[in-house]
Ligand binder design. Sequence first.
Ligand SMILES: [Cu+2]
Length: 212
Amino acid sequence: MTRLSLFLLCLGLTHSGNGATTDLTFAINSETRPLQDAVASLMPLDFAPPPPTPAEVVIAQENKEYDPYVTVIRVGTEAMFPNRDNVQHHLYSVSKPKRFEKPLYASGTSESVVFEKTGLVTLGCNIHDWMVAYVLVVPTPWFVKTGTDGVAHLRGMPPGRYQLEVWHPRLSKSESREVTLMAGENTLEAISLKLKPDRRIRRAPTGGSGGY
Ligand SMILES: [Cu+2]
């Protein structure tokens, strides 16, 4: 048997043996506007989540910003932190789930960090005060971050009861509720969040005498 036909056979077994899966779609808004960079995750309540699969996560320093601003990962995931600038960065976190600091003193260097505990990790840079990013470490493989359309679309969960958590950097406390997913498509009413003001440090004007 060729490797391909074995692979197809396995796929077939998974589909027929495991039964139905579910999809969940809903909008996340701030007041009535679609909200970008919100995170939704689904933790199963009646069974353990499946074992982790390898994930490639990159949080770059580029143009003296972190890219992306918000990252969501499953607990145990390793993230790479490449410095793509021709200036130095010194990234750090003093957040409880993961305290670390990584001096990235040379352009083109990269460091990795493993996030072993769930929770919110806030990243800063000792050299550039305005550089901030968030890593939300979740206990489940089912999560999504919204784009500009504010739509959360989660796929492939087995039917059943889940704890739905919705988070955003400008939320005081994440929103949590229980949802029951039926086989096939599921939709929820839009979730409207009340956000705190954006207190990010304003970036120093570029140009002038070079800076760092
Ligand atoms: Cu920096």
